[in-house]
Design a protein around this ligand. Sequence first.
Ligand code: HEC
Ligand code: HEC
Ligand code: HEC
Length: 303
Amino acid sequence: MGKLLKVLSLVLVSLTFVFGTGIDADAKKKKKKIELTEHENAMFDKWEVKPKKRAKAVKDMRKKPKFVGAVKCNGSCHDAYYQAWTKSPHGGTFDLLKPGVRKEAKERVKLDPEKDYTTTPLCLRCHTTGYGQRGGFKPAGSKNKKGKDKSSKIDPEEPNKEQVGCEMCHSVAGGSQLRAVMKSSKGNFTKAETEAYGQRWDYSNVCTRCHTHKNTPFKPEVHDKYKFNFEERKLKVHKIADYWNEDNADQKLEKKDERAKQVGQTEKTPLVIEDFKVNDKGKLKFKKGTKPYNSKKKTFNYK
Ligand code: HEC
Ligand code: HEC
Ligand code: HEC
């Protein structure tokens, strides 16, 4: 009798083990299953995204925005833009913070030409990508709570977050979400569609995050060359003409001209420009109400 009981309980235990874990796994699967909204499905229908691929795309689109870096915009999508950018003024902004570089310009505004400014928060705000924000550039010496090195890797062969990258002009708070939209839609998106996920089209406005901003040492009052004429300067941002080749020819933007006829919300009502300072603890702080994206409410702040 005792033996039978033992066998029975063993069977019972193994049964609950087998079924028990089965039920657990099912419950987990259910929990993870993402329900798409009507709006999301309508968008994916338009872009002809296969139902199987929708959940994965929507996961990135729903997460809070973060900076991903210029290299991620290159990949198989914007090679010519990336290559041109690395040679453009914005692809080399980090290097200006190094000692001995642009001595005369620094002396003119009473900066120390021999000082290393590559970890100075004030300078990093305008000379790198997303400094002080989610996913943004982390200078040498950055550590997490456990003391582990968290500084961004810098590869001189492949400029990335350490420079003023794509996301500083094209995104509100980082490009992670709008990148998912671009990939899903294969470029067939409207301005409104990417704006909802944090792309901005208020180009002439966005430059003033840095140029002529009250916190830049290089103001028009200091020298005429710092005057900012958008139409003139715009032409120097993307000199892509020389960077198309056999390998990236298929990346030409088929919908670009069509999109150019649309007027985005950010063009009608440009976004606010950040006002910021560096506090006593050396932390970059944005003044209340001057952040273009409110991450708590998930809303955009227009001027
Ligand atoms: C508010 C944004 C902002 C901040 C803060 C800022 N810069 Fe800049 N910096 C710019 C812009 C914009 C330019 C380009 C100006 C132009 O060419 O019209 C620039 C240009 C420069 C140049 C080149 C100037 C020249 O004439 O060759 C140097 C060097 C430089 N910055 C160093 C620094 C250092 C060091 C700091 C920190 C002490 C700093 N910047 C802080 C926005 C900023
Ligand atoms: C300094 C700001 C700035 C940076 C940095 C920048 N862009 Fe741009 N980008 C612009 C402006 C301004 C335009 C519009 C140009 C025009 O109208 O002639 C533009 C246009 C584009 C377009 C065409 C969009 C369309 O559909 O009309 C693409 C694609 C693009 N940029 C990709 C990139 C990529 C990729 C990077 C990074 C490797 C990058 N940009 C970095 C300012 C910037
Ligand atoms: C995040 C900060 C930032 C933003 C935003 C930004 N710039 Fe700049 N820009 C810089 C810095 C820093 C330099 C200095 C580069 C240098 O002197 O080598 C610069 C330099 C330039 C230059 C080269 C100046 C010259 O004649 O040598 C042009 C052109 C320019 N920016 C155009 C633009 C335009 C157009 C926009 C908006 C679409 C824009 N920038 C947005 C930081 C920024």
